[in-house]
Design a protein around this ligand. Sequence first.
Ligand code: ARG
Ligand code: ASP
Length: 727
Amino acid sequence: MKRILLLFLALCLSPALWAAEGMWLPLMLKALQDDMQAQGMKLTAEDIYSVNQSSLKDAIVSFGGFCTGELISDEGLILTNHHCGYGAIQAHSSVQDDLLTKGFWAMNKEEEKANAGLFVTFIVRMEDVSEQVLKGIAPDMPEAEREKLVAARIKEISRAATEGTHYGATIKPFYYGNEYYMFITETYEDVRLVGAPPSSIGKFGGDTDNWMWPRHTGDFSLFRVYAGPDGKPAKYSPENKPLKPRHHLPVSLDGVQEGDFTMVFGFPGRTQQYLTSHAVKLLMEQTNPHRINIRDKRLEIMGRHMKANDTVRIQYASKYAGVANYWKKWMGENRGLHQLNALQDKQALEAQFTAWVQQNAERREMYGNLLNRFAELYQQQERIGLADTYRREALLGVDLIRLGSSFAPIASGSMPATDFTTQRDRYDAALQRHFKDYNVATDKELFVDMLLMYKQNVPSEFQPELLQKIDATEAAVKAYADKVYSQSILSSQKRMQEMLATYNPKATAKKLRKDPGFVLARAIQDIYEKEVAPVFASTDPELELLYRRFVAGLRQMHQDKLFYPDANSTMRVTYGIVDGSTPQDGVKYRYYTTLEGIMEKEDPSNEEFIVPQRLKEIYQTKDYGPYANEDYMPVCFIASNHTTGGNSGSPVIDARGRLIGLNFDRSWESTMSDIKYSPEICRNIAVDIRYVLLIIDKFAGATHLVEEMTLVDEAAATEKVELLEVD
Ligand code: ARG
Ligand code: ASP
């Protein structure tokens, strides 16, 4: 009752502050504390982010730079998604010992598996450095000059902030460079694989269920951070010790109820909340439809080859998942943008802005030509849009072409022998990685179809002459493919390695100039640099400037409103409540799913919906231990947190700072939230932490891992609340 009253009061007093929408920098939360508490939070902003004492943020890491993870024990145990650990799990897999299919559980620390290249990054502190970065920079300073000055200052501020420490510093622009924030980071490079369920749990539902609710995926995996003997970051060594983190999240056994406060802490990658109508139109009408079509074809080809051959299935598992993921996301995004009338909304906002600008001379001076200029610049980008999309998605979607492009400096002879020697290992490693997951027949078929699509869709003025000369028929492109794949060393690991072993700038370049694979990669690069790149080079910086003004203008126009900065892979907090939704006419989503639903979806003939025998036993005997509700075993739930890519692996935290779930996705109807969020429709999807515990404990028998965690229930929590509760 008290909570409802508070909520009601908060809504009446400050409607603008009700903020299910928004991804906030932890240091901005002081302004939102009242709103968060009105929604049920029992913590203070200082409990979430503090410079001086340990706080929630100390338990959160950027996982490998592409996902989020959280510390869940005082021995460095990290929880993230299965799809975030996927690359690492795949790297330890082979046809004989397929950890993706079987799952993996280290029964002691000796069995944990090291992962070259994987790292986790903590945020030590963050700071508003806008004043230092922008001192003396006038709004009309030419963009190139401004960029130079800003870059130099960023370098200097970062240096001063980290000198003599092992910390890193990142300074990034916010609100298109109206503000700048610095993040002091600490990166650990010894991160070991501890546990992963079989894909039949970790990826249950596969691509069919991806981006969908109702969902039944146990999308989690476990890692452990190791530190040197002094507790500081260290390269992998058997001597390293599990890290003792400043904070780890207690794990709640209490479960979730509709209406419960939740927050999601993590590293969301990119949103574009302030795009103008011109950009949204371009995205909806050109970019998305074409890249969806291209990926349709790539998926069809890869999928067919994977089905026919077990080796290819493992080799292409990660690539396929990656391609499928955004393919489906873009389809949902377009659908959602239509449903929300995003384009009309943007146009209405722009009309309102224009009216506001017209109100006085000063605004007219500052913003008068802004929207016209946006229109002109986006028109220029539209002209090269298809050339750009087809290069990126179709041509570079062919492994042979991508490899050729990444070896361009070697092929052109522009790399001196001394540089080559220092970079030799890097090239060697790239080759190993590339060919480990490479199948010539699959790639060649991709090559043929991607080239065909490219030829059919890209205006010929943007096609390299080499390709213009080939007929847009399957026979002609196939004949060309035969030539490339039989003659180019790019299709053979052995011949590529020989080339590296005998490298000599001049002689190698001379040879490669006749290699049809390198010739093609080169031609694609040349036409891009001649026709496409210059357009971006002449429009992007100005767009950046226009957005900076536009957002500044919008903030001035709506001074009562808190504007959140677009996601940019920096640490953010978003909060909402556990809640079902009505995403489409006639459809109602309940807020949770259960083990019952896994059994309903079971289909032994479909790889995506196999239920492991052991899980069925647990279901049949109801051997749920302390992890079930009175009448069901929970699996996933949804809430109204505003999340995006990169928030995968983020903890879903309750009102008291306890872990209740693991974020891993959004419902399909929510995928437009990167551009336009809707509190009624948008829901993030989390796996219920109790299902994670059930799998670790009862399914895998890795009880020692559960024992390492700090499990809490209502009784234990009350104590903590007394410490933190604020009236
Ligand atoms: N859609 C989720 C995200 O964007 C999960 C992707 C992994 N799962 C998959 N079936 N491909 O990352
Ligand atoms: N699945 C996404 C991720 O990997 C999360 C999302 O886009 O909602 O970060």
